[in-house]
Design a binder for this molecule. Structure first.
Ligand SMILES: Cc1ncc(COP(=O)(O)O)c(C=O)c1O
Length: 374
């Protein structure tokens, strides 16, 4: 009888660790730590998986956004749009390059940046770039509209894909048609490293070249520095781990999706639950990154009741960016005073979901949810 279900566990396949160890031993033996064969092999594999043209590995997902912004020339005083409901790194990357973040409320249907408000903000603020965040492993129903509109208005669109590795939009890998997209290999992400890591995807060769240089001291040769970059390289040990993780990624995503489907099926048959479960928009096939529910009352109340049963949940994210202390004099575009982001953040609850979560664990969560009466 189980008594505890974690919110996230990093479970892997039988034999996975041995494969990684064998690679790491070889790298140690050959002293291949930076800029070796594993980074190259990983790049080739991930280009194939994502169906993109260029990939630049870097140190983490936050750097990836900053590098993308810098590569298209965003700097001091430039205005950049972002959703008000995301992880702080998106805001931080804009602020760190000296640009002005302008936050847009989310759509109450798909929880992604609202397209109509986005258009309004562009007319009002004339930004130079925008960051779209594919939150929860989904993306906006209107991703194509965002891309087309930015292309038409000559606004650089960067897609923060830290959460959507392996997701499909309109039946195709989500980054395939992105002008510039970034990702994170933080261990708890869908494709996670054994530490920090990140990457940038682009179908634009020139911009990809600048990104490559920015990650490595702006180098054009070993001691030739064409740009002020910094050190944001992915190391070989992480690349080896990521190669093996990528081999198992389809299986991990399938396991995540099965768990998500099980929750949804359970919710369909039990309408009196203390929460309602959200599903990705129909044009998206998500990667099962997070289970997303909305608590009938508050997130806190429900999570405490579940915790008492040994069930750990998430609240991704507890507040919009504009409400963060670090957001000085926030510029926000929304329809209502109490924004959708603020309303959702108070009620969003993420049930346990990770690769290879067992049926016993899922049943334990479901049975306890049924028992909790508001
Ligand atoms: C939406 C989003 N953007 C950016 C990041 C930053 O990635 P990292 O932690 O690798 O810097 C994360 C992950 O934490 C994220 O979820």
């Amino acid at each position: 009888m189980i008594k505890k279900v974690s919110f996230i566990e990093l479970r892997s396949e039988a034999g996975f660790e041995d494969k990684v160890k064998a690679r790491w031993e070889k790298a140690l033996h050959n002293s291949e730590f930076i800029g070796g064969s594993a980074c190259k092999e990983f790049s080739e594999k991930i280009l194939d998986y994502t169906q993109t043209q260029n990939f630049i590995a870097c140190a983490n997902g936050t750097d990836a956004i900053q590098i993308a912004l810098r590569a298209v020339g965003i700097g001091i005083g430039d205005k950049v749009l972002l959703p008000d409901f995301t992880f702080w790194a998106t805001y931080e990357a804009i602020a760190n390059v000296g640009a002005v973040p302008i936050m847009i409320d989310i759509n109450p249907e798909d929880y992604q940046m609202d397209f109509d408000l986005f258009v309004q903000a562009i007319e009002e603020h004339k930004p130079k770039a925008a960051i779209l965040v594919h939150l929860y492993g989904w993306c906006s129903t209107r991703l194509k509209d965002f891309r087309d509109y930015c292309a038409q208005k000559e606004i650089y669109l960067i897609e923060d894909g830290a959460q959507c590795m392996g997701s499909l939009y309109d039946g195709k890998p989500i980054f395939e048609k992105a002008f510039l997209a970034t990702t994170s290999f933080y261990p708890a992400k869908v494709l996670g490293a054994a530490g920090d890591g990140g990457g940038i995807f682009s179908n634009n060769k020139e911009i990809s070249q600048i990104c490559t240089q920015l990650t490595n001291h702006g180098r054009s040769s070993h001691y030739g520095h064409e740009y002020i970059g910094w050190n944001s390289r992915l190391d070989e040990l992480q690349a080896h781990f990521l190669i093996e993780s990528l081999n198992f990624l389809p299986a991990r995503i399938s396991s995540r999706r099965q768990a998500e489907q099980k929750y949804l099926e359970f919710a369909k048959n039990n309408l009196a639950l203390p929460l309602s479960m959200k599903q990705e928009p129909s044009i998206v096939k998500g990667n099962g990154y997070l289970q997303v529910s909305i608590a009938n009352t508050s997130y806190k109340e429900l999570s405490e009741k579940l915790k008492a049963k040994g069930i750990f949940t998430g609240n991704v994210y507890p507040s919009p960016m504009s409400a963060q202390k670090g957001a000085k004099q926030p510029i926000v575009i929304n329809k209502n005073k109490l924004s959708n982001g603020a309303q959702i953040s108070a009620k969003v609850l993420n049930l346990p979901l990770f690769p290879y979560i067992t049926d016993t664990e899922l049943n334990y969560v479901c049975d306890n949810l049924k028992e909790i009466i508001n």
